[in-house]
Ligand binder design. Structure first.
Ligand code: AMP
Ligand code: MG
Length: 343
């Protein structure tokens, strides 16, 4: 398949992309979090194509993207009050909410679940595409399954070129980690995936929220994460990655670099960058510890760079896990397969 690569803004290209989705095809598009791979949410064949293009397990449901509140009606007949309160504060924005679905929402889109995940993205091109496409775009991140999520259109081309009809290039995304997912179907509101919208931000609107215990660690026997996607080894760089934390982290990493034979890399911050020997490893800073949002934006791009540089071993410092740092550390821990060294 010949993938059309369209640089935005391009009004005619946008209309064409909307048409492609209405006719059952796939379009990758920018959002404020990461690039999404979109198809018509009410067309089970389109959802099947999304799974196939990504190589994604088909029990891993897709998020349905909408552009206005009126669109909720067709997705669910049981919308809790909290959704409206949270939407008032965070939509359009990086918050995905799970509610009971109507039977008309295809099982293929929700991975066989009787619930549906819904988000209104905060990106003009995404909102325009949703409207052009008829109002409902099912979209996971636009990476090949198991690779870091795309924060640039070139990442999408790398992973999905030749497998989808259109890529809309809107430049670099704004946030760089996927949306916060909350489940509104239980007695208590539960965070299934941390993101830019933190527990504290949610609690200001709806009171106490809980964390899905499965977020804290590696998939363990008997603990099944409620967001099926949290189960898979995501965001994985090709090199073997580990996180080194504690006072002695830099010393430990330097010592290990001295002993290792393959091509190694260090993920660090601006404050510690000079402590690492550039002749022994590829040194990548995610930015200042004072600006965790910058580290979140850079993480996936840097992991992809390390892949293309053929790095086989990655030592990463850890970052403060407050605010967006919680989502950042969640993604870093997954990339590292939860391998942590206390130094
Ligand atoms: P992605 O957009 O690639 O980050 O993937 C969407 C994420 O949303 C995955 O982790 C899914 O498991 C999760 N998700 C989507 N729909 C549901 C749902 N109905 N219940 C629980 N998790 C969901
Ligand atoms: Mg994803």
């Amino acid at each position: 398949m010949d993938t059309k690569f369209i640089k935005l803004p391009d009004p005619e290209g946008m209309r064409m992309a909307g048409r492609v989705i209405r006719e059952g095809g796939l379009v990758a598009f920018p959002t404020e979090t990461v690039y999404g791979l979109g198809g018509d949410a009410f067309d089970p064949e389109a959802s099947a194509k999304i799974y196939a293009a990504k190589g994604r397990p088909s029990d891993n449901p897709l998020i349905v993207h909408i552009a206005d509140m009126e669109s909720l009606e067709r997705l669910s007949s049981e919308i809790p009050e909290q959704l409206y309160a949270l939407a008032d504060s965070f939509w359009p924005g990086p918050l995905t909410m799970i509610v009971k679905k109507r039977p008309e929402v295809p099982d293929r889109t929700t991975g066989g679940l009787d619930t549906v995940a819904i988000r209104m993205p905060d990106h003009p091109a995404a909102l325009e595409l949703i409207r052009e496409a008829g109002g409902y775009i099912a979209a996971p991140s636009a990476n090949a399954s198991g690779r870091p999520s795309p924060t640039l259109a070139s990442h999408v081309l790398e992973d999905l070129g030749g497998r989808i009809e259109v890529i809309l290039d809107g430049g670099e995304v704004g946030i760089g980690v996927e949306s916060t997912i909350v489940d509104l179907t239980g007695e208590k509101i539960q965070i299934l995936r941390p993101g830019y919208v933190t527990a504290q931000m949610l609690e200001r609107v709806v009171g106490h929220v809980e964390l899905d215990p499965a977020i804290a660690g590696p998939p363990a026997a008997g603990v099944r994460p409620k967001a099926p996607g949290m189960m898979y080894r995501h965001y994985a760089p090709k090199g073997d990655m580990m996180i080194v934390r504690g006072e002695g982290a830099a010393d430990y990493i330097c010592q290990k670099l001295g002993e290792c034979s393959g091509k190694a890399a260090v993920l660090c911050c601006d404050e510690s960058r000079d402590r690492y020997p550039a002749e022994k490893a590829v040194i990548k800073s995610l930015g200042s510890l004072q600006r965790p949002e910058e580290a979140a934006l850079k993480l996936y791009r840097v992991l992809r760079e390390l892949d293309s540089e053929g790095v086989s071993l990655i030592y990463s410092e850890s970052f403060p896990d407050t605010g967006i740092g919680e989502a950042l550390m969640n993604r870093m821990m997954k990339a590292a397969g939860y391998k942590v060294i206390e130094a």
